[in-house]
Design a protein around this ligand. Structure first.
Ligand SMILES: O=P(O)(O)OC[C@H]1O[C@](O)(CO)[C@@H](O)[C@@H]1O
Length: 452
């Protein structure tokens, strides 16, 4: 199979900017990229993702595959417990590569991968436990900090059911922990129980961790090729390190989005025309949202699935407030071939499409949308993938990560922290009277009384 590089087309965005504006960003963008390479960027303790793809050894990847084989042999269902960066990357890749109806059509060749620990929904958890009862299930418990409430809660429930259903000894073989090297509940339990465990490197933040065991183990468990995924990322890493500005797609993306933002485009809408990319949207939203939304700055990352959402959000996108730009992930080739059917009666008047590839119709929907939105005042960036496979997803992941690091530096924020996430946690713990939060508990109760 011929391997190409994914492409970025910024022409329909650059036409909304002053002539030469993108070229004029070269110095600033290159400096922002260099700050990552030199380790002088804000948040430079968290640059472990930058050369991660090229540093993953065959031995390390083999170890992940061996663990995945054990889980695949011993489980018909694997629950991935994690939230944010501790599950979105794995889910994005698994859904992009998998059959859309995998959980219905699966005849046992692959375990079903389910996700938990990403909400506090009592019904969700109760229904999950009811489903797992009597099944040969295993758990991958993922938490960098090892202290996240949502994940810890799910893990308590899953571990106890797993031990109950499968016995303590088997549970030890089918529970795997991916967490900090030393601290946190997930680490302590894993060491005490003798679970197989992997370390999330200190210098890789959750949202940049998909190419660590956080993403690689669930993806390998689902039966997908992690060697190819990592190769795609490593090839993009090499491209980005060497390419001049005009050809450097991560730099170009970072430059254009910052220019659009400075010109009043406060919202970036990531769009796809393949339903399988829905969770890629979700992963991207966390990556850019947590990295740039701080110090009262940052593009708001929104996302849509087309053509589905053209029938719900299409009106707003076409004629709403002109503060948005669109970034479309475009896939050139689909994996199956299916043609538009002919109908004798032609009641819907669609026989003019009969015999055409459905993909061709989708492509025209994509082009028609681009023309309409650009005419409606929405700058458009296109990212083109030859096909949806592990190799090009690897490229896409690294492209987005690097683009994000560079873009955050251009914006002038620390792209690698997320202090704002603590605010809700602090209030929730105060409301639930967590030991150590006595003063906060009292203050928040007083406040609620006054506001009642
Ligand atoms: O892996 P952890 O430590 O459980 O964190 C999960 C997610 O929660 C956050 O820390 C926010 O609270 C994210 O940055 C992270 O991806």
């Amino acid at each position: 199979m011929k391997m190409e590089m994914i492409k970025l087309d910024i022409r329909k965005a650059a036409c909304f900017l002053a002539e030469g504006a993108v070229e004029g960003m070269e110095k600033q963008t290159k400096a922002a990229h260099k700050a990552l390479e030199d380790g002088t960027s804000k948040g430079s303790d968290f640059l472990g993702w930058l050369h991660l793809p090229s540093s993953l050894t065959p031995e390390f990847l083999q170890d992940i595959k061996t663990t995945a084989d054990t889980l695949r042999r011993e489980c018909d269902t694997i629950v991935v417990a994690g939230i944010g960066g501790s599950y979105l990357g794995a889910r994005a890749v698994i859904e992009a590569l998998g059959n859309s109806f995998a959980w219905l059509t699966n005849k046992g060749e692959n375990p079903n991968i389910l996700f938990a620990g990403n909400n506090i929904g009592e019904d969700y958890l109760a229904e999950l436990l009811a489903y797992l009862k009597g099944r040969r299930f295993g758990v991958i418990n993922i938490s960098k900090s090892g202290t996240t409430t949502e994940t810890a809660l799910a893990f308590r429930l899953l571990r106890s059911l797993c031990e109950e259903e499968r016995g303590k000894e088997t549970a030890r073989r089918v529970i795997v922990a991916i967490t900090d090297a030393k601290k946190g509940a997930a680490r302590t339990t894993a060491d005490k129980e003798g679970y197989k465990s992997y370390v999330i490197p200190d210098n890789v933040g959750g949202r940049f961790s998909v190419l660590t065991p956080v993403g690689l183990l669930p993806i390998a468990c689902a039966g997908f090729d992690i060697d190819l995924l990592v190769k795609g990322a490593a090839d993009m890493e090499k491209h980005a390190a060497e390419a001049p500005y005009a050809e450097n797609i991560a730099e170009q993306y970072a430059a254009v989005r910052n220019l659009l933002y400075a010109g009043g485009k406060k919202i970036e809408v990531l769009a796809n025309f393949q339903p399988k990319l829905h969770f890629m949207n979700e992963w991207w939203k966390q990556l850019y949202g947590e990295s740039e939304g701080k110090e009262l700055k940052g593009i708001f990352p929104a996302a849509v699935d087309f053509t589905t959402d053209l029938h719900s959000m299409g009106q707003w996108l076409q004629e709403g407030e002109r503060t948005i730009f669109e970034t479309v992930i475009s896939v050139e080739q689909s994996e199956h071939e299916l043609r538009f059917p002919h109908d004798e009666e032609n009641l819907d008047g669609l026989n003019f499409l009969a015999g055409k590839r459905i993909d061709e119709v989708n492509r025209m929907a994509e082009l028609g949308t681009q023309i309409a939105h650009v005419d409606g005042g929405v700058p458009n960036i296109r990212i083109v993938l030859p096909r949806l496979d592990a190799y090009y997803l690897g490229q896409l992941i690294y492209f987005f990560e690097l683009g994000c690091g560079i873009s955050g530096n251009v914006l002038g924020v620390n792209p690698f922290n997320q202090p704002g996430v603590e605010a809700y946690k602090k209030n929730m713990f105060a409301l639930l009277s967590k030991p150590g939060y006595e003063a906060e508990s009292e203050a928040i109760r007083e406040r609620l009384k006054k506001e009642a």
